[in-house]
Design a protein around this ligand. Structure first.
Ligand code: FES
Ligand code: MG
Length: 576
């Protein structure tokens, strides 16, 4: 389908002869634009999440200029519009509290302005799903322009990545293996450039997945943030979106059950972040498609980790790019891909990856030589049982295999402050068998489901050289972290999930092979405990958080707001 310029929604603003049309043209010229520069042209909104509180997006101000260059060349009129940055490091209590806020903002920015198509600039963890959830709901032609990973770091001759290595060095500091001075020195050396985390954390997981789903120029997600190829890619996004507007190629034309199959295949082959499980369910919900944790677990059963990247492997995103990037990975995965799925380039994924070469088979492994064989661990395991009736997930590829069948006494904490203090007690009564539990970390309880799930190893065990134990949480974990961390327990304790009934000393049984997570507590005892359960977590009375707590869904449902999921059928805004 093609669209005439006169049919574009922007023309309702600019082409009308009434007093409103006059004001829209007048005010655009107020910004120094000549009439010829915007009249009769597709208007491209560049939604930019640049902010000085988001180092991962520090280069996006410049990149918007590259996008504009492409738009101008293709005969469009580019307008840059800022949106909430949700920079992972600075935003507290957690960016997850604001993912839906960004989704609302992106959708309503597009709806309320004379925009025909958009380029989304983002990449830090929540910005990818947030921007895309909004754009999917608005359903105007959309290209996602990923921020790209930062350059690899170096410390004393050793290559370092963001996130994963910070945690490693912090544990070394706590064990006394590096000094306070070393720790300060590391601050300035680990993150060398603008761009998203360079391990396979949530950022690269999400940008790679949406790349495989056809929402970026194919392969764009691997290009390092400060590589000269990055602004060239951004310019191409600008050029392509103008064509997409005229082709009327919308997210609903790109997204299908097949594109989610492709997203899941890449997710698993990357050993991607547990966070993606939530975001993908939410994105599918916006597209009117159904995606369940069961679908993800099934994909993970078939597709081993092929990308040799931290935290499952040993390389960083720059190495992945130079090995051929996502196109090379997908070329090795073709038997698991739906090659007929469409991309924003208005071709099939099969066409988009044909001829892709791999230049380093150690960084991007073949299916018969995975980083983690399926027998040893998977990107995502779904666990159910009397502790998590609606599911909990575990990245077994990043866990210690010896814990995958485990039974041990629970040590339960209700808040992270108390937990941190007690875990630092060198005489704490814990063994390697202890199952550490933190609850009230879910979407409603925390609120916002923070990344508290990589519970610290108790100091008493660290001193003995213990690096992993079984941990359970109804919150999330950073995609850059590793360990036997069971996450996203649903329903969460704050809404009465059975995790709320667990007591210190109860036996917890984990059986990954059987997909089970249970507490060995008799049903009648659980009922007695439920009757005595303290009142539910108080809800905020005012602010965005009040809205969030009342409308957020549970982890297995994607944590979207109940009133935002599903396909929209809204009228265009009135212009009078
Ligand atoms: Fe932004 Fe990791 S903190 S991508
Ligand atoms: Mg992260």
């Amino acid at each position: 389908m093609t669209k005439a310029i006169s049919d574009l929604r922007s023309q309702r603003w600019f082409a009308s002869s009434d007093i409103r049309g006059f004001a829209h043209r007048q005010r655009t010229q107020q910004m120094g634009m000549r009439r010829e520069e915007f009249m009769g042209k597709p208007v491209i909104g560049i939604i930019n999440t640049w902010s000085e509180m988001s180092p991962c997006h520090a280069h996006l101000r410049d990149r918007a200029e590259a996008v504009k260059r492409g738009v101008w060349q293709a005969g469009g009129y580019p307008v840059e519009m800022p949106a909430l940055s949700v920079g992972e490091v600075m935003v507290k209590p957690t960016t997850m509290l604001y993912r839906n806020f960004l989704a609302m903002e992106a959708e309503e920015i597009l709806r309320s302005h004379p925009i025909d198509g958009c380029v989304l600039l983002g990449g830090c963890d929540k910005s990818t799903p947030g921007l895309l959830m909004g754009a999917i709901s608005m359903n105007l032609p959309t290209i996602f322009c990923p921020a790209g990973p930062m350059s690899s770091g170096k410390w004393r001759g050793v290559t370092t990545g963001a996130g994963t290595h910070t945690k490693t060095y912090f544990d070394q500091l706590r064990r006394g293996e590096i000094t306070e001075d070393d720790w300060v020195d590391l601050e300035s050396r680990m993150t060398r450039s603008a761009g998203t985390c360079n391990t396979m954390g949530t950022a690269s997981t999400m940008t790679s997945i949406v790349d495989a789903m056809g929402l970026t120029l194919t392969g764009a997600s691997s290009i390092p943030a400060v590589d000269s190829g990055h602004p060239r890619m951004a310019s191409l996004c600008g050029e392509r979106i103008v064509a997409m507007v005229l082709e009327d190629l919308k997210p609903s034309d790109v997204l299908s059950q097949e594109s989610f199959v492709n997203g899941l295949a890449v997710y698993m082959a990357l050993g991607g972040s547990t966070n993606a499980a939530i975001h993908l369910i939410a994105m599918a919900g916006r597209a009117g498609l159904t995606l369940r944790l069961e679908d993800m677990a099934a994909a993970a059963e078939k597709i081993p980790v092929l990308a040799n990247l931290f935290p499952s492997g040993t390389y960083l995103m720059e190495d992945f790019h130079f090995a051929g990037g996502l196109r090379a990975l997908m070329a090795k995965l073709t038997e698991h891909l739906a090659l007929d799925a469409r991309t924003v380039e208005n071709r099939t994924l099969g066409e988009a990856i044909s001829g892709a070469d791999c230049w380093n088979d150690d960084v991007i492994r073949d299916l018969d030589n995975p980083v983690v064989p399926l027998s040893q661990g998977r990107t995502l395991v779904l666990l159910k049982g009397n502790l998590a009736p609606n599911g909990a997930i575990l990245k077994s590829s990043a866990a210690n295999p010896k814990f995958l069948k485990h039974q041990g006494p629970a040590l339960v904490f209700d808040d992270p402050g108390t937990m941190m203090k007690e875990l630092d007690d060198p005489d704490l009564d814990v063994t390697e068998d202890t199952v550490l539990v933190l609850r009230n970390a879910g979407p409603v309880g925390a609120p916002g489901m923070p990344e508290w799930g990589n519970l610290p190893i108790p100091k008493a065990l660290l001193k003995k050289g213990v690096k992993d134990i079984v941990r359970i949480c109804d919150g999330r974990m950073s995609g850059t972290h590793y360990g036997t961390c069971i996450l996203h327990v649903s329903p969460e304790s704050a809404v009465g999930g059975p995790l709320a009934l667990l007591k210190t000393g109860d036996t917890v049984v984990l059986d990954v092979e059987a997909g089970r997570l249970d507490m060995q507590v008799a049903d009648d005892e659980l009922e007695r405990r439920r009757a005595k359960l303290s009142p539910p977590t108080p809800l905020y009375a005012t602010s965005f958080t009040a809205l969030y707590q009342r409308h957020v869904s549970q982890a297995h449902e994607g944590c979207d707001f109940d009133f935002l999921s599903g396909v929209r059928n809204l009228p265009e805004p009135a212009i009078y």
